[in-house]
Write a protein that binds this ligand. Structure first.
Ligand SMILES: *Cc1c(COP(=O)(O)O)cnc(C)c1O
Length: 234
């Protein structure tokens, strides 16, 4: 365990307060911002503790890790998928996750649409945008998104609700601000061009969520600041 239930309670309350203050600074109602616990590597036991403290929205990155957790926690939890999704894993995710934040290719959209047709459902998604253009990042390039939105008309069961991004890692949250602002501007432009609403902006993590809220985030994905440091990845 990374901390005791008391630590969890203090951390959760502190994050909620910081979210509220950031929203106030931006003149937004705090309820406009949803807190998503980015729960990769976090055990089912810890997630249960957080759920009992009132956090009931979790985001997972990997299908293999997510499915047993979804199963174990049962209903009363809203699951989001926030990692790169492989086409051959679409069946395990569609219909089980409230929003897929990481739609990063038209091939994936096609696979989701096909499976949705088969099961007679729609799947809310966010388009992941690589705002910084880093080659290591998943997502549509900034310049590609407009075309992608048009192409997605062919996949009507893929319900685009907004955009998601992960800016370059930086210790100073102010470095993230221009990327968040770009994403918000892009969203506004896409709404104008398509005549459809894209209300959700999934942006901001432990280090920069307050800046993200000031720039319009509706979902912040917070891991470390809630659950503690993750074990190093190998
Ligand atoms: C891990 C992860 C987060 C949370 O990162 P922290 O810095 O631990 O808050 C957010 N979004 C995605 C896509 C992640 O993989």
């Amino acid at each position: 365990m990374r901390g005791s239930p008391i630590d969890f309670s203090i951390r959760l309350q502190a994050i909620r307060e910081r979210i509220g203050h950031a929203a106030e600074r931006a003149g937004r109602p705090p309820a406009d911002v949803r807190l998503l616990g980015a729960s990769k590597t976090v055990s089912v036991e810890v997630l249960r503790e957080f759920r009992s403290l009132g956090l009931h929205r979790f985001g997972e990155n990997r299908v293999q890790e997510a499915l047993p957790k979804v199963e174990a926690l049962g209903s009363g939890v809203e699951w989001h998928f926030i990692g790169h999704l492989q086409k051959n894993k679409v069946k395990s995710v569609v219909g089980h996750f409230e929003i897929i934040h990481s739609l990063d290719s038209l091939g994936l959209a096609k696979a989701i649409n096909q499976y949705c047709e088969k099961i007679g459902k729609g799947q809310p998604v966010l388009l992941e945008v690589n705002v910084s253009g880093e080659s290591s990042k998943e997502g549509f390039n900034f310049q590609e998104v407009e075309k992608a939105v048009k192409a997605l008309n062919d996949f009507p069961r893929v319900e685009v609700r907004g955009l998601m991004t992960v800016p370059p890692h930086a210790s100073d949250p102010e470095f993230s601000r221009p990327y968040f602002r770009l994403l918000n501007g892009l969203r506004n432009k896409l709404e104008q061009l398509s005549g459809r609403p894209f209300p959700e902006l999934s942006m901001g993590m432990s280090n920069d969520f307050e800046v993200a809220i000031e720039e319009g985030a509706t979902i912040v994905r917070i891991g470390t600041a809630l659950f503690g440091e993750r074990p190093p990845v190998h």
